[in-house]
Design a protein around this ligand. Structure first.
Ligand code: AMP
Length: 592
């Protein structure tokens, strides 16, 4: 279905677009030239301000701020190691545990622990650091794409539900925190950074109403749109899918100048009252484009001035590149930054490069970074300035908010240097088997879900003998596909279609809260599917692997597959397909 389309990359202009840009670019140069001294200063600042915290005192740092003492006394940790302290903060302990600065809120990571989002403590000033990194993105982009001040960006940006911890601290995703901050809401006018989406639409927590209003504004301002984006590729595809499902109503609103009554949020209605005016001509154009069966190049057809897509397509999002190429007619895809709830890391200094060539330059002022050579023990960490080209590392972080030598779980490869700053390719996130958008399902979670679901088969004297999985992103929204080989011991009482459908739902109930939120609140993951395969299929899979050189002794069933011949083999053996008949349970509240 998808054609490979050659990207037409703009040539770099290479002069700053304004004085403000020149300053930002100068800042990047200073940071990247002085990586090691900046890192030394950052560590000194973090350790001196947090010298009296419970955590640093526990390891007898005694006020030391040098790297050697820090490295010799402070252990490398995972989230689970510090969870007791995090729980104390969540329960209301205001003593300086990790940071002398008060914890302003928790950022809920899309990484999970025991099925719930991880809680990352943050402090107020981190917003400044995040904003600083954002402020560097357009000056770099302006070097490559001229004229971005002559129009607007159509960005689909969303907030998610917030909760409070038992101690009263807010817990919400980092972008929800940022969009709700004054840093974002009252940002000064910048001609290079004008969005079509009003703040009211971005800040509306109802994902349908938010998307509807943002799409409507994007259509109304179609002649002004110069770039189209979302944070991750999956979000942009969701927007296109939304247009497919809602264009008739959107065109009706544009034709008549009246807003869909399903939009009930008062601030959104109020701002749309000002933006929305009857425009039958535009409504007809939208209808003509969307009515067509063929949606190839739809982005360029509806927003003809678009110069590039602004979406992250690295890491787990690479699976969406062909679909985005299809819908955009091969527009360049800019992956501008690399960030997480724990810390914003860095930016892509060559944002118009091909997705396969994207590298991120970590800004040394954001936190203190260490790197664990992949597969080595935690005693061999290297500093940011000392990593070597060609090697892979796991990222370890010490932040102003008080995380110390924390394993983020990302594996990065050094590809080159910009000045003294290494540039990293994002390789993968550790232990992630399946991902459609921000969900990250690991092997243990999948195993647990299969075990729970297979309990429903017990009364039918049936068990799951083997399974594997696949993230199907060919359709929007994507969904998990689980291949099951069953042992039906008594064919008279074999499980019915209905039972297997319920197994799908039971698996979904067992998956982590990010998965369930995407299913329920965001509608960004479709119903889970179980494909039952013929008996003997997994043995054939093993024969295939062995024929390609796998050792019989060490062969393990892959718990996730994406290799085409294996998929073809499995799909040719499918005897029945089953889908989750309902939504799993999800509320913003945490289970613990
Ligand atoms: P979260 O914890 O939900 O904030 O997600 C942060 C994680 O998303 C990072 O640790 C990465 O695994 C992934 N991520 C963020 N930015 C990028 C990027 N530019 N490319 C690939 N993966 C990314």
């Amino acid at each position: 279905m998808f054609m490979a389309v050659e990207s037409t990359l703009p040539t770099p202009v290479r002069t700053p677009a304004s004085d403000k840009d020149a300053k930002a670019l100068q800042f990047i140069e200073e940071m990247t030239k002085n990586v090691d001294s900046v890192q030394e200063r950052v560590l000194r600042e973090i350790l001196s301000r947090n010298a009296e915290t419970e955590y640093l005192k526990r390891f007898s740092l005694n006020g030391a701020t040098d790297r050697e003492t820090f490295k010799s006394r402070i252990p490398v940790v995972t989230y689970e190691d510090i969870q007791p302290e995090i729980q104390r903060i969540a329960n209301g302990d205001k003593s300086p545990i990790f940071s002398v600065h008060p914890i302003s809120e928790f950022l809920t990571s899309s990484g999970t622990s025991a099925g719930e989002r991880k809680l990352m403590p943050t402090i107020h000033e981190e917003l400044d650091r995040r904003q600083l990194l954002y402020s560097l993105l357009m000056p770099v982009m302006n070097l490559y794409v001229p004229g971005l001040d002559k129009g607007k960006g159509l960005y689909f940006l969303f907030v998610k539900a917030e909760t409070k911890t038992p101690g009263g601290l807010l817990a919400r995703p980092v972008l929800t925190s940022y969009y709700n901050s004054d840093h974002f809401k009252t940002r000064p006018y910048d001609p290079f950074n004008v969005y079509t989406s009003p703040n009211e639409a971005i800040l509306c927590v109802d994902s349908f109403q938010s998307m509807y209003a943002q799409m409507l504004c994007g259509l109304i301002m179609r002649d002004e749109v110069l770039r189209v984006g979302a944070v991750f590729a999956s979000g942009l595809l969701r927007a296109i899918h939304f247009l497919q499902n809602n264009w008739k109503q959107l065109a009706h609103d544009i034709a008549t100048g009246t807003l869909n009554p399903k939009i009930t949020d008062a601030p959104v209605r109020e701002c749309m009252r000002i933006i929305l005016k009857p425009n039958p001509e535009l409504a007809q154009l939208v209808t003509m484009e969307c009515y067509e069966e063929n949606w190839e190049c739809i982005i360029k057809r509806i927003w003809p001035r678009t110069k590039y897509l602004d979406v992250i397509v690295t890491g787990a999002m690479a699976q969406y590149i062909p679909t985005l190429e299809y819908y955009s007619g091969g527009l360049p895809m800019a992956c501008t930054m690399y960030a997480s709830s724990e810390c914003y890391f860095g930016l892509n200094l060559n944002p118009m490069c091909k997705p396969s060539e994207v590298t991120y330059t970590i800004m040394p002022n954001m936190a203190y970074f260490e790197f664990l050579p992949h597969g080595s023990s935690t005693s061999c960490l290297v500093d940011l300035a000392d990593v070597e080209v060609g090697k892979e590392y796991e990222l370890i972080l010490t932040t102003y908010a008080g995380l110390c030598r924390y394993r983020v779980g990302d594996i990065l490869r050094v590809t080159s240097f910009h000045n003294a700053a290494p540039q990293f390719r994002f390789i993968r996130r550790k232990n992630v088997l399946l991902s459609i958008e921000s969900d990250k399902t690991d092997e243990a979670e999948l195993q647990n879900a299969v075990e729970n679901a297979s309990l429903l088969l017990k009364e039918f004297n049936t068990s799951v003998v083997e399974y594997t999985s696949y993230a199907d992103t060919k359709q929007i929204p994507g969904h998990y596909v689980i291949y099951w080989e069953l042992l039906v011991k008594d064919s008279d009482i074999a499980p019915t279609d209905d039972v297997l459908n319920r197994c799908c739902l039971q698996m979904e109930e067992s998956l982590n809260s990010v998965y369930r939120q995407s299913r329920v609140a965001d509608n960004s993951i479709g119903p889970l599917e179980i494909r039952v395969v013929e008996n003997g299929t997994f043995e054939e899979l093993m024969d295939y692997a062995i024929s390609r050189g796998a050792s019989i002794n060490q062969y393990k069933v892959p718990r996730c597959i994406s290799f085409t011949p294996i998929m073809e083999l499995l799909n040719s053996r499918v005897v029945s397909k089953h889908f989750s008949p309902d939504l799993p349970h999800w509320t913003p509240e945490r289970r613990r």
